[in-house]
Ligand binder design. Structure first.
Ligand code: UDP
Length: 327
């Protein structure tokens, strides 16, 4: 039986989710969002609320009843709801593990009832401190000890992946798993630690730009609109079912160079300061030194990949400005 909505987007009021909803609506799809507004924000979707094709439910993926009701209304699921951001993970370890593990379990169980296709959002964090760059989906993952709760995030998302693949193998549930690398763009908040909105906000308000560690660690930044192109392309490919797929840019940049570029492009006079890890994070935090995706599987399946270069991305985010009240 066809549901009332084409898509259920959990976490649809968040940064990536709200961009995804905009895209789906503008391509004529109907969308139901389930979001508990913990890190999501109604402001992100306020323009969508007036649309007849859009329905917002404030609720948590931890409620089995809510999840079942939402899943029953929709034809496909994009499950983005998760505890995100380094600060959240460190400060709210119980919520992080429960939301990521039980929330995904609830979604998969409900999806199985109707054999609904599910895309599960995972993360490059899953690779942990693997040094085998670029990261391939079938490469080993290397996590730190359970006494350091920063690894609970990676471990909880890895468990989501195991569970989704098990539903696919055991019950034939159509699942696709995406590992997102650093995704940035308009509306992203720096409140939960994300580096690019933090640097831009610091540059635009004349505060020091805080480079943690020595700044030689690298990341690859991709633009949210291009990440969404990839998500939707994967959702449409039957060959992607039962697979884990990296989504990210392969342009690697050091965090110090990112700070310099933000400063230059914004025309800011902010000083760039080095903040040692022990001042930036609670004791025992381990940062990833390099994080680069291998995107051959993504290209093989969809023919596309995030391509925007870092300078163009920084310009775009600066042009948009940093959301109000965001530090
Ligand atoms: N970072 C930084 N200054 C900040 C925030 C983050 O130097 O104000 C660094 C952080 O230590 C990491 C990189 O930027 O090396 C990316 O951090 P983010 O939290 O954005 O993403 P992730 O670590 O999950 O890739």
């Amino acid at each position: 039986m066809a549901g009332r909505f084409d898509y259920l987007v959990t976490g649809g009021a968040g940064f990536i989710g709200s961009h995804l909803c905009e895209r789906l609506l503008s391509s004529g799809k109907s969308v139901c969002v389930l979001d508990d507004l913990s890190t999501g924000n109604l402001k992100n979707i306020e323009k969508l609320l007036a649309s007849d094709s859009f329905h917002f439910i404030e609720g948590t993926v931890l409620s089995v009843e809510t999840v079942n009701n939402c899943v029953d209304m929709c034809n496909e699921i994009i499950h983005l709801a998760a505890a995100v951001g380094v600060e959240n993970v460190i400060n709210k370890p119980v919520e992080t593990i429960e939301t990521n593990v039980s929330g995904t379990e609830n979604i998969l169980r409900a999806a199985r009832g109707n054999n609904t296709k599910v895309l599960i959002a995972s993360t490059s964090e899953v690779y942990g401190k693997s040094w085998k760059v670029p990261f391939k989906e079938d490469g080993d993952i290397v996590l730190g000890p359970t006494s350091r709760n920063r690894w609970s995030y990676a471990c909880s998302k890895a468990l989501d992946e195991f569970l989704a693949l098990a539903y696919n193998h055991s019950y034939g549930l159509p699942v696709v798993i995406c590992r997102f690398f650093n995704t940035v763009g308009p509306r992203q908040s720096g409140r939960y630690g994300m580096v690019l909105p933090r640097f831009i906000n610091q540059a635009l308000t004349g505060q020091p730009i805080t480079v943690f560690g020595n700044g030689t660690q690298t990341r690859c930044f991709s633009l949210v609109s291009e990440v969404i192109d990839c998500v939707l392309a994967l959702m449409d490919k039957p060959e992607a079912v039962g697979k884990v797929v990296n989504i990210g840019s392969t342009e690697e940049i050091t965090i110090l160079e990112l700070a310099r570029r933000v400063r230059e492009i914004s025309g800011s006079n902010s000083e760039i300061i080095i903040v040692p890890y022990d001042k930036a994070y609670p004791e025992g935090f381990e940062d990833m030194q390099r994080r680069v995706p291998d995107v051959s599987r993504l290209i093989g399946l969809t023919g596309i990949r995030p391509e925007a270069d870092t300078t163009a991305i920084i310009k775009k985010v600066i042009e948009f400005g940093i959301p109000e009240g965001v530090q």
